[in-house]
Design a binder for this molecule. Sequence first.
Ligand code: GZL
Length: 347
Amino acid sequence: MEKGKMNVHVNRIMVVLLPAIVLLMIMLGWGLGLFTHIEEEPDINEASDRIVIGVSQLGSESGWRTANTESVQRAFTKQNGYFMIFSNARQKQENQIKAIRNFISQRVDYIVLAPVVESGWETVLQEAKEAGIPVIVMDRSVSVEDESLYVTLVGTDSVEEGKKAGRWLEEHLKERRMADEDINIVVLKGTEGASAQIGRTVGFSMIAGEHDNWHILEQEYADFTIYKGKEVMAYFLEKYDDIDVVVSQNDDMTFGAIEAIRESGRTVGVGGDITIISFDAVYEALEMVAEGTINVDIECNPDQGEYISEVIRMLENGQEVEKRYYVEEDVYTMENVTQEVLDARIY
Ligand code: GZL
């Protein structure tokens, strides 16, 4: 083909291929999170007489988080008199701070914040306070000198959850006449700096500290995810060949850890080589409790949207609200995970 015609031919191909290449690059960039996640923000002008809520959710790292988000979506509906602007921060505090500033500029009526970590909120919460916008903290807690920077927290008592895990292990060992035997424990910790992780670590350590024969071999962060849970558990299994108990601070890390343990040729759960203590009690994990794969699951109830809506109604009516509201939580073992419990589960 002559050079000139070749050029025309190549140009024609490029005209066709170029848009496809650009589209592919955009999709790849989006998938890699190269673009700041811009929520398709609803038009606030449609809010009219509804209560406008800005929700800063920390991410979508676990099944628990998905259930927590769903509970918020169930509560803040148009039918319930709300107009919700929702932001997913993808585990980044700076994205939550941006979202809160965006809510302030949009003059929302309330801000609901599920803080990815407990520190670093003073400045932006002060801005919300100066804008006269009440902040309700959801799920995890914030660590601030001035507690007037938020109206209330609706969440869970993670220190108590950690203690529940320790108390269950005490009973478990007593029942097996192993109360005085040396017990080797590893801990999969959630997101560094998250109050849920800090509280569960502190709570379990308080009970463990009462038993000289309990040896916490190592505690590592595994970010509340399946992938990191498997990776860190594989590291523990490589390093220690005498692990008796895994304390995994959420079910997603537990799922990953169980995979790693089984791939190492060891068994888990009731009658297994390694005892599994988990947190959250999401549906899939409760099924594993019922079959004996997970020995115990300390519930952390994500269904908090309705509670927050009730608090907002009280505030709208000029009523006083408490500084903290804890949702109900239970402890699940083979003995109390019945089909009835599973059938009634909404998460
Ligand atoms: C606990 C919550 C934790 C869950 C995890 O209150 O913050 O975050 O335990 C979730 O599953 O990722």
